[in-house]
Design a protein around this ligand. Structure first.
Ligand SMILES: Cc1cc2nc3c(=O)[nH]c(=O)nc-3n(C[C@H](O)[C@H](O)[C@H](O)COP(=O)(O)OP(=O)(O)OC[C@H]3O[C@@H](n4cnc5c(N)ncnc54)[C@H](O)[C@@H]3O)c2cc1C
Length: 501
């Protein structure tokens, strides 16, 4: 069965809904694979440019907020960096208020976060960065409803994409193949397209489809992390509410190898995650062991909520697998009219909270390229190059820290980045002004260069508390003491090293 790119009935319908003054242009039909965060933002920027945009999603999508198998990460806490949140608000004006009306709090990042850093507590005072905590399933539901209402956009759920179609000379992607999940015979359906965006996340099958077509596959950069998440939702009554909206305990391998995150998703619910290498995290059904584990963390906040709150979900456990970057930007030869975005392009260790923001930056990049392009031809090449530039600093930041899990000698840039990170982290607890700058860098609203001036002003002079922290860290109460370090070194000797594939 073939579904043409230019279905005249659908085109006529799209024409009738096109905003006044918007030209039909030479654009035709765009297909987006995946209706996750990246797919939804991508559909938003393609709408209005292309005559039709079809988002293909293998899951059956609920009309409201609900969990689904294609979005397992929504069982775990998510925070969006300020840069990403601003882009989402630009693309979907009023989203922040809509989530706030459902209970998702808006607050100052410095005041609302209780952050336990490797060498002490982050200063708790306003830093002028607006933040919001939410449940990813709620955010996705709000965005999905907005995308479904866009002119010319169809979100087609229950449809599994299983292949890529190329022109005879293999220089251009011309469509996808797939099947409806509800169809017991899996009758193949072909969908023609003038542009295809793979937003299928970490489980994207595009490398396999390229290989099947006899094309080269992108090189995979991989920096592993052994961290596993165990998460559960708790309900607290009003008088039990803690004085923080987000609690975070940062890992810094090899010495600090366990941590946690907790976000307020509405007036009463906190979603809590304990994070550690798989062999250290108790099994999901062992409530007492999980509570004992939480009590070993340096931040008391996780154990407090777990002890006082009422669990309202099972414990969900996820192995994330570290950082993966598929270098589509370096692929030669590479088909035109095929873009890859979000986790399908570059996925980061989630403890650094960068994935949503990098996807949002890529959506904004696509919007900018579309604004000046005369048609879909050539767009993919320009996008890949610049999308790689967007991923670079977040990649270096995440992998500099995660290099601590590896026994391999780190590259020079990674060593420099790690050294700088360590100097900054040691000083943050004592220096609120430096922390305010760090928070801006962390939220991607300022360049890392803003840290240089305060660092150069006091080269290598640790503060009093920092000296104390350096003497005492890692904190023995956390179990991150020398016995744990020795255990970790033993584990590292047996762990596969970081490598490029
Ligand atoms: C435990 C955890 C915690 C995280 N915490 C944070 C955080 O705090 N902050 C942050 O910024 N990021 C965080 N992340 C990362 C963030 O979740 C991802 O970067 C983001 O959700 C990626 O979105 P995506 O749309 O690219 O991919 P996905 O969300 O994976 O969406 C891909 C979609 O494609 C669909 N699909 C896949 N294959 C097909 C196919 N063949 N046919 C049709 N449909 C298909 C899937 O069903 C899915 O709906 C976290 C990740 C994890 C795992």
């Amino acid at each position: 069965m073939t579904e043409p790119a230019r279905d005249s009935r659908a085109e006529r319908a799209a024409d009738s809904r096109r905003p006044p003054g918007a030209s039909r242009g030479p654009w035709g039909h765009a297909v987006v694979i995946g209706a996750g965060f990246t797919g939804l933002l991508t559909a938003r920027v393609l709408a209005g440019r292309f005559d039709r945009v079809t988002v293909l999603e293998r899951d059956d999508l609920p009309s409201g907020a609900a969990h689904r198998s294609g979005l397992p990460q929504a069982r775990h806490p998510h925070g969006m960096l300020a840069r990403g949140a601003r882009i989402v608000e630009d693309l979907f004006p009023g989203v922040r208020a809509e989530l706030a009306a459902q209970g998702a709090p808006v607050f100052d990042f410095g005041a609302g976060f209780a952050t336990r850093l490797p060498y002490g507590w982050a200063p708790r005072r306003p830093v002028g960065i607006e933040a919001q905590s939410f449940d990813l399933a709620d955010l996705e539901a709000v965005l999905r409803a907005r995308v479904r209402a866009l002119r010319g956009v169809r979100v087609r759920d229950g449809f599994v994409v299983e292949g890529l179609r190329l022109s005879a000379d293999r220089r251009r992607a011309v469509g996808v193949t797939g099947h409806r999940r509800a169809d017991p015979g899996h009758t193949p359906v072909r969908i023609e397209a003038d542009l295809i965006v793979d937003a299928a996340g970490r489980r994207s099958r595009l490398p396999g489809w390229l290989a099947a077509a006899g094309l080269p596959v992108p090189r995979r950069l991989k920096v592993p992390s052994p961290l596993v998440y165990s998460s559960r939702m708790y309900e607290l009554t009003g008088d039990q509410a803690p004085d923080w909206l987000v609690a975070f305990e940062m890992t810094l391998p090899p010495s600090v190898d366990r941590g946690g995150a907790a976000v307020t998703v509405d007036g009463t619910r906190r979603l809590i995650s304990l994070v550690a290498p798989a062999e250290e995290l108790p099994p999901p059904r062992d409530d007492e062991a999980l509570l004992r584990f939480a009590a070993t963390l340096r931040s008391p906040h996780f154990a407090e909520v777990m002890a006082r709150g009422r669990p309202v979900s099972p414990v969900y456990r996820s192995v994330v697998g570290g950082n993966n970057w598929l270098r589509y930007d370096r692929l030669r030869p590479r088909p035109d009219r095929l873009l890859v975005a979000g986790d399908a392009f570059c996925a980061f260790n989630p403890v650094y909270g960068q994935g949503l923001t990098v996807a949002a930056l890529q959506a904004r990049l696509l919007a900018r390229l579309l604004a000046t392009a005369g048609g879909p031809g050539g767009l993919a090449h320009r996008f890949r190059r610049r999308a790689a530039r967007i991923a670079l600093v977040p990649w270096l930041t995440a992998t500099a820290a995660d290099g601590g899990w590896s026994t391999e000698p780190a590259s020079r840039p990674a060593r420099m980045m790690r050294g700088l990170l360590d100097v900054v982290l040691r000083r943050l607890p004592d220096e609120p002004e430096l922390y305010a700058r760090f928070a801006r860098v962390q939220n991607m609203v300022a360049s890392p260069a803003v840290l240089l001036r305060p660092l150069l002003a006091r080269p290598g002079r640790p503060g009093r508390r920092t000296e104390r922290a350096a003497r005492t860290a890692p904190d023995p109460r956390s179990g991150n003491g020398s016995d744990r370090c020795a255990r970790h070194r033993r584990r590292r000797r047996t762990r596969r090293p970081a490598r490029e594939q």
